[in-house]
Design a protein around this ligand. Structure first.
Ligand code: RTP
Ligand code: MG
Length: 180
């Protein structure tokens, strides 16, 4: 009888250990999308995105205002640098628009002065930063968005944000290879 009770206890402890390991496992295997929360909370996931304050906003002295908006909206700035983009890097960054009629103008603009690049982290950061930036054309952007406040026209629209999680990974790898 005593042996049976000991065996049952061993099985119970083993099962408990397996359950606890499984719950912890997703966190150690995938730190970008780590969540050990209940199913009700599982739709919000820490994510990183790439942001740029473009030359027009840097020249106009709006870097501080835009960074304040970013922090006030709950983003963590995990990387930041003020840089001058080379023609080659700008062409690489905007390669997806190579065939568009505005490509040369776009590369010329983004290399016309220093930019501030950032790696931002937040739950659903890609969409959250796109929402905070507003529409590509500042005249169509919603009130209170970065582009409405600090953009001038579709070319001079103050900021850039990655348009999808895969794009964010590519753009972060291009500018912040150490950010994971
Ligand atoms: P971004 O990449 O800079 O965050 O902007 P976006 O996703 O809102 O817009 P996208 O379609 O990726 O276009 C990239 C940039 O190209 C300029 N653009 N000019 N003249 C035009 O019709 C035109 N269309 C786009 C904008 O400066 C836009 O940010
Ligand atoms: Mg874009």
């Amino acid at each position: 009888m005593r042996n049976v009770i000991m065996s049952l206890l061993t099985i119970a402890v083993g099962a408990l250990a397996v359950i606890m390991y499984t719950r912890k496992g997703c966190c150690t295997r995938n730190h970008l999308h780590c969540s050990t929360t209940s199913s009700a909370e599982s739709t919000s996931m820490k994510e990183k995105t790439f942001a740029m304050i473009k030359p027009d906003a840097v020249k106009a002295g709006n870097v501080g205002h835009i960074i304040s908006m970013i922090e006030d909206n709950g983003f963590t700035i995990v990387g930041m640098e003020k840089i001058q983009l080379s023609q080659e890097k700008a062409e690489q960054f905007y390669a997806v628009h190579k065939e568009r009629p505005f490509f040369n103008e776009l590369v010329q603009f983004v290399t016309s002065g220093p930019v501030v690049i950032m790696a931002l982290e937040k739950d659903n950061a890609v969409k959250a930063w796109r929402d905070l930036m507003g529409a590509t054309d500042p005249q169509k952007a919603a009130e209170g968005t970065v582009r409405k406040l600090y953009g001038t026209n579709i070319g001079n629209n103050a900021t850039h944000g990655s348009d999808a999680p895969e794009t964010a990974r590519q753009e972060l790898a291009l500018f912040f290879p150490d950010v994971r």
